[in-house]
Design a protein around this ligand. Structure first.
Ligand code: MN
Length: 187
């Protein structure tokens, strides 16, 4: 991640928390940039960090209520369940999500139009199967949405994230990329 040039704080935040079989991966983009965006992102991050194991749609609703006193945020959440090799993801706003797999077409998250804290639309969580090596990528709009058009998901997750940020990061906004690779062997 990197903040917009001239800002000391980023309004983009990532959450990665595990408990038992479930890992929650989320990316939050506080509306705009600077300290007020960072405050909104922090409020949502605290809820998500304590929310592992809760249903992803319910987590967005909790964030929506808590963010009403802030300028609001875009949020994408993926709950990865190693118990049944699945991932359930849901999004509101403009944090992009991709699930990249070697021999399968890349899947994209379908974000609901709206802003958590401002307008909460109907949410449609979607559950996908995971395989060993499935790679989840969440990226804020500080990254060009075409980032996955010619995506090489090779290398470590850190290398993939660095490459996306380096090649597709915009200079006009905070930018954050979270890359998570699933390593559990299917039963
Ligand atoms: Mn942004």
């Amino acid at each position: 991640m990197r903040p917009l040039s001239g800002e000391t704080e980023s309004g983009d935040k990532a959450v990665l928390e595990s408990s038992a079989d479930v890992t929650l991966a989320a990316v939050i983009d506080g509306l705009g940039h600077g300290p007020e965006a960072a405050t909104a992102a922090r409020v949502a991050a605290e809820i998500l960090e304590a929310g592992t194991g809760q249903e992803v749609g319910a987590l967005i609703e909790r964030c929506h209520r808590a963010l009403k006193q802030t300028r609001g945020a875009s949020i994408s959440i993926a709950a990865i369940d190693a118990g049944d090799n699945s991932m359930t993801w849901v999004a509101i706003g403009n944090v992009e999500g991709r699930l990249v797999e070697r021999q399968w077409p890349t899947r994209s998250i379908f974000p609901a139009a709206g802003v958590a804290g401002v307008e909460l639309p109907q949410l449609r969580p979607e559950t996908l199967d995971l395989r060993r090596g499935s790679t989840l990528i969440l990226a804020t709009d500080g990254v060009q949405s075409g980032f996955s058009d010619s995506l090489a998901a090779s290398g470590s997750p850190q290398q993939v994230a660095d490459r996306i940020l380096g090649e597709h990061g915009r200079s006009t906004d905070d930018a954050l990329v979270l890359v998570v690779r699933y390593l559990r062997v299917a039963k």
